[in-house]
Design a protein around this ligand. Sequence first.
Ligand SMILES: [Zn+2]
Length: 149
Amino acid sequence: MPPLITVTHRHGIYLPEADLWLDPHFGVKRAFISHAHSDHVARHELTFCSEVTRDLMKTRYGFKNEGEVRALPLRDVIEWEGWELRLLPAGHIIGSAMLHLTRKADGATLLYSGDYKLRQGLSSERCELLHADTLIMECAGAEVGAGDD
Ligand SMILES: [Zn+2]
């Protein structure tokens, strides 16, 4: 098994090797936003998110051209600075996505769930999981069953 991807937590989840924050509540240089609920949305210099989340941030929160937003299609593998990024449906709300990362140098993987729901919802794609060496799960409240925040 390859060495694990380093994860730190200082007011938010941060991956120092990728210089990437996961759903930070404050503006940072580079971040992944898992979905468009207000407790996950902030303006960053560079944001990765799903295409639907990008559209929701524009319509719901008035995002215009602040920072760069890279909206990734679900399931496609995107190469970025020695990493492979892949968004998977999280089943939480429309557009919600998990982030799967692979460090190309050694194949180490990480899955960040964000808010997710395993049961099929009425307005979101069914959650899809992918193996990872490191799993970061959202565990607040009862999100697994019927969370809506
Ligand atoms: Zn949420």
